[in-house]
Design a binder for this molecule. Sequence first.
Ligand code: OAD
Length: 234
Amino acid sequence: MIDIVVLTGAGLSAESGLRTFRDSGGLWEDHAVEDVATPAAFRRNPDLVHRFYNERRRQARSAQPNAAHRALARLSRQPGVLVVTQNVDDLLDRAGAQGVIHMHGALNRGICAACGNRFAVTGDLATADPCPACGAAALRPDIVWFGEMPQQMELIMGALQTARTFAAIGTSGQVYPAAGFVEIANGSGADCVEINLDPHRSSPLFHRHIAGPATTTVPAWVDEVIGPAASGDR
Ligand code: OAD
């Protein structure tokens, strides 16, 4: 049974050098969501959408996990913990986190729109690339676009109902359904904690707010929840 659910957002990877979406200098300042992050955008201009995600993939590949990813990786290895991320980078996984749910998909996976085959992606994807399974030139990044259903929602919803602690880390709480997780967890009686650089609460449903950069606040919070790491497990 899940006791602790952690939801992470772009703020977790900000100190690894990956841009967030809505902060000043964020990705949605330079790119319109409707040009690069919707199924209609991909139908209209697949080359542009591939270019956008190819660039995200290159940057994610050259970024390194930070202390907050490593602390959550340590937490994820405890029984009864579920880490859910909206991030499409793999920094939590590379930090050694177990069982991370990538609810908005992952840059290191592609999916064929013709046959549904999912496959690993390390380099760039292009409109003319054939599917490794069926050969159709219908590949897209395995990213959940606006208007699409996030991945593994049943599992997440079940975990939110049993969790005694819910933590939202580095997310602005503006994109549903993730923004609604605090309501479900709070309604089920969980202690709800928000950890964010910004001292303003995204929702009054959080019982506690820890303000500051993730690389210092998250390791401290994880130490508080499961005790300090043994040397060699940081
Ligand atoms: P946002 O860019 O909306 O929010 C990032 C949050 O991280 C803000 O609340 C910042 O205050 C906080 N933050 C920034 N730097 C931080 C740091 N060093 N430590 C702690 N917090 C920090 O990103 P998300 O909430 O993740 O979806 O965005 C949610 C979804 O919207 C994304 O998954 C993406 C986007 O459109 C899709 O593309 C489907």
